[in-house]
Ligand binder design. Sequence first.
Ligand code: GAL
Length: 694
Amino acid sequence: MRVGYGWLVMGALAGCTVFGTGASAAEVKYLDEFDLSAMSCGMGAKAQARRSILGKPLRLGDKTYERGVGTHSESLMFFRADGRVAAFDAVVGVDRETQEYPASWRTGKNWGSCSFRVYADGRKVCDSGVIKEKDAPKPLHADLEGAQWILLECSDGGFWAGYLCGHGDWADARFTFNDGAKLEPVKDDPLLDQWGVLTPPEAQEPRINGAAVWGVRPGHPILYRIPVTGRSPVTLTVEGLKAEKLKGVKFDPQTRLLSGSVAEAGDYELVLKAENAKGKAERKFTLKVGEKIALTPPMGWNSWNIYGGSVTDAKVREIARGMHESGLADHGWAYVNIDDWWMKNSGAGEKGNADHAGPVRDAEGRFIPQAKFPDMKALADYVHGFGLKIGIYSSPGDKTCGGCEGSLGHEAIDAKTWADWGIDYLKHDWCGYGKVFAKETKGRKPTVDDYAKPYRLMSQCLRAQNRDIVHAFCQYGMGDVQSWGEAAGAQVWRSWGDLKDNWTCVLNATESYAEAYKYTRPGFWCDPDMMVVGYLDTDFGMHESFLSNNEQYTHMSLWCLLNAPLLLGCDLNHMSDFTKGLLMNDDVLALNQDTLGRQAERVHHDEETDIWWRPLEDGSSAAGIVNRYPFKRTVTFKFSEAGLSGECWVQDLWRQKSLGLHRDGIAVDVPGHATFMIRIEPDCIRCQERRARK
Ligand code: GAL
């Protein structure tokens, strides 16, 4: 549509300031006139011309807009230009329709929010800031004179809110051109590059994976399957088991399982040796018998992000089989954890759900699991049969978050029941305890003791059992759990609410980590929640994670750098090649399982870039260079930011390839929302040797 520049444009842009471009004539083209298939759109939806994302009229505040585009965060549209596009103008906000969702959706923080940005040639030109659904819409003006490329971004305005209700409207959105300007939407521009599979194919030579240390309490059963890859058959031997004090320990070369127990505390040094037709591998391994367990972050799976309340014995068995058969177990993945709904929900039982009917506990006060879990001990035996471990879930309250039977008043018998079944991990979720807490702290400020009390009690009960059960506190970071979790008996504490598969959620979760490095160390880990990669169901039916490939790389990179427990929530029997590459990169996983256990610190933070850095056991270190912007940028990591100097050998961890020697820093190309992971060997370690080899 061609119009004279001036009153006509100004009139159509009520509330928006448009600056002249110096051109005497201008052309205006509305965003809704472009091919919107070039606009990416969150939640698997499609951007709508002149309509909201739900196909209704575009409504912001009290006003209905004729022109514009409705989308869902995260959403991007990229254009190539020729320097003659003058400006972009729009009124932006969260469409009114999110306020009309059923009341059942509208709990807690569950309201819409978005933020809108325009970038040109690597610069942010304008930014709406976070707009919530009840906020007034905002006019945006971007001066684009000279731009060669332009990017419109509608991103999530915050945790949960934007994920569900990020209904962003670019209302009245239009470009103003100088005469003859070119503006083309582009889908596959190199600046919007998404990484595919970066992990190289598994080597034929044997490789011993997983942690180089395992902690077990004196006299308690050892269950450790040594993770090994390489072309079959691989022969595995363990040296050092002949020591008198280790006579109770057995190693089965067929199952690769270390079992038995050690009565006396101490560090027992073993050597693991693997051999096949292609080569040999060797690694030191310490069996640390003592009080501390979970000496490296637990790695495994949890049922919540895929099955929610529909988890069953059969599904858990399938997953255990999948963890084994997919090869995940050979890379160190080991826990199979059942979340809420394995126990009975009397409310559901009363409403006619036969699985939940009848008593929730027996005469001795032991749990009676719901009918889809007919024999918990048999299930635990099945999972252990693969050399894997099994976890369970409960609440310190009378009810769990899902309204199932909790452990309040039954702590001792529950801990014993779980030990009898063979449980290895407890996720202990605050939820139902909120009522008790409110009563106990009525009229006063809660103390650390108030928060810690129910966890301390369960910890003592778990410690009284004849097997090790990892105690994972799940209370979302309340009362600064970081600072007292260890003292109250945690091996793991949640620092944050539920993680969803969207970019802002992942970035926000790591914010809760900025101070965590002060408290985490071997045996004590901070948990920003279970992973949201792969094929899962985080509320909207089974789907490939709504995170882009690059965002999944960032998620995995950060969880490894930060020593987060790695608990998958996806279907282990339906993993794409991309998911497999993401989860089976041993160089990346090795960071998470490094025995030094030093969590990364953020050594650089600005709007565009985060750099997380951590030292490693062998004297080298690792860094993750996170591109917070949605397009490809060259980012420089100055070694001095991490206290390193001189010449360093750098390795690209995702691609497992050397990047050679670098002095003072390294510049890398990082696609939008991706993380470039490097390992750095300072000159003092192996550079001489490497140089000679080159
Ligand atoms: C939430 C918890 C989730 C899941 C759920 C089960 O409180 O954060 O991870 O366990 O309860 O009902």
